[in-house]
Design a binder for this molecule. Sequence first.
Ligand code: C2E
Ligand code: MG
Ligand code: MG
Length: 694
Amino acid sequence: MESEGEMLFCNQATFTLFESSASEFKHIDSLCVHWHFFDAEDRALGASVSPLHQVMMQQEPIRGHFFKIVSDQKSKWIKMSVIPLHGATGSIELLVSSCEDVTIHKTDELRYQAMVNYDPLTKLPNRVLLSDRLSLAIAHARRKTTAVAVCMIDLDGFKEVNDTLGHEAGDEVLIEAAKRMRKVVRGDDTVARLGGDEFVIILVNLFKSEECAVTLYRLLNTLSQPYSVQGGQWARITASIGVSLYPDDRVEPEILLRHADVAMYKSKNSGKNKFSFFDVGSDQKVKANYKALSKIKQALQSGDFCLYYQPKLNVASNSVVELEALARWNHPLLGLISPGEFLPLIESDEELSAEFDYWVIREALAQLHIWRALGIPLKVCVNISPRQFKESHFMARVQELDALSECPGALLRHLELEIVETAAVENLGRSNSVIVECKRLGITFALDDFGTGYSSLMHLRELAIDTIKIDRLFVSGMLENSENMAIVQAMIALASAFDIAVTAEGAEHIEEVLSLMELGCDAIQGFAIARPMPAKEVAGFIATFTPDPRWKIASMSLPSKTDFELLLAATNHKYWMELVLSELERFPLEEAVLQGYTRECRFGFWLQRGRDAAYRKSSAFHHLVTLHRNLHEHVDHLAQRLTVEKRSILAQERLMLQSLSTELIEWLERMRKTVGIHRKEAYENERSKSIKEK
Ligand code: C2E
Ligand code: MG
Ligand code: MG
């Protein structure tokens, strides 16, 4: 062909290929009348543009390129080379071209590619092609500084369509959904099917990440319209979409897909038919936590954790007999790290949390053994995480640790476990059985941070705990804040009513210690007594511990708590008496009912277990014991008679019982006064002694 497009020579095979003849095929333009040219990517080359035109314009040869030629009726694939021959002036004088009909090979190849790259049902790109397209989209976005949105789409309610209308209807829905998605997106975007009812859309050329929101709303809308299936039936589905955005989330293509999947589950779990974006910030936090967790694990292995011990002042004896074990991370670079910084992380990991808690118990038992061997009779209180406390094998593990300790069976009696109130009340029944089981082994229990959770009277009554620890929140500042003071007072009264000891935490000032003593706390813990210290400093601390003289005086002053105890004991007794007398009114008497009252009463409990030694020593106390026994015997005897005899005997007996009860109350009051007077005297003596010393 010469440069003006005039055909000089054409062999028969070429005529056959283009279905033309020498008379028709005189000029290159006549070729383009019958055939339209498309490139290998199926893009139209435009009217009157053939590869021959291209070479003439660009003056560059083409060798072995594939083109599709399309006429009204058919299409063919040709493989074509066009070489320009230049004249002496350098301009193109001739074009030499060869063509080959490769339709058969190309169709096979395309069919194969479709199988490999496309989903046969919806004809959408499949996972393989999606992966290519995503890599290309990201490379393109990087060059053009644009954004890419990867949208993971999962159809909601598709399974129901399959189950109720059948698989064919399901297929129809998938095909239709695919069509609707393609309609919503632009030509450069990709809609792919991963399989089942999972699709991915890649939105490209975004300038702002928010741009894709409009498309996402359209997608949700179009996908939620009813689907006509199986001739006249209607199927309804919606979509849950998760989106990850490049370059906000600057990760590899595969990870972008995974992040979109995570976001999709967020949509699924928060009501469906919506889209959610992947939260890059929270993902970074998760990664940072993961790193921190592995460092903690390493530190635990290499012995960088240790226990500090904080003494508790026992008010009655004015001495330190108990310590709370508090974990510390002795970081090689950062120094001593407090539990507030590492515990939340530890507790987020099931395995590590268990490892850590059992390490603390093991360590505390080992330390207890060392102190006991040195003749220092201390008790150690260990904090247990709520997670471990709730574990079904918790008790078995504790016993195992005891068995492995230096002194199996002997140390648990000196161990107290502290659990936070919230953990204990979550399942009262189970908590109580763990507590009771522990007690069988000699372990005592404390409710930690009392007052910050659900603190209710019910819990104290139902849990067999020994101690409550009033949280620092109420103790610090209690002197300036009358509300806090009232709360502390109420807690002490409450605990006392249930015969539970009280420890106050966080007393930072001597005045707080004094007030807590006066209010009747059994033990006090706080910086005013001592800060947490390494185990090796404890023996020295105990040996040199001299209580502040003011504490001694305060602990001797009339403690309102024991006054309260007496008041409560008297009230309990009066209440019991009322119940008994009202039962006696009934006739015939049900023996079992009255016996329930005669066997036990709260006053009797107090007599047996009252913790104030001063009362026990007074003669009035012994008199009270006798009076109480008489009264019960009397009621017992009466109960037996009343089941057979008449009611007429009652009036006399009532009077008798009432006088015994009055006598008991009188003796109680007498005891309160005498003990009070002794206390006051001792208190005055101590005060004057201290004034003289000053
Ligand atoms: P907690 O059991 O209530 O321990 C008392 C916390 O109050 C300790 O903080 C202690 O140092 C602090 N404290 C004591 N007296 C004062 C005071 O007068 N003023 C002030 N400002 N603070 C005082 P720490 O050691 O940071 O422990 C915090 C919490 O971490 C503990 O609260 C406990 O719940 C938990 N914890 C500590 N060690 C362990 C452990 O080995 N295992 C578990 N599971 N938890 C632990
Ligand atoms: Mg504690
Ligand atoms: Mg606490």
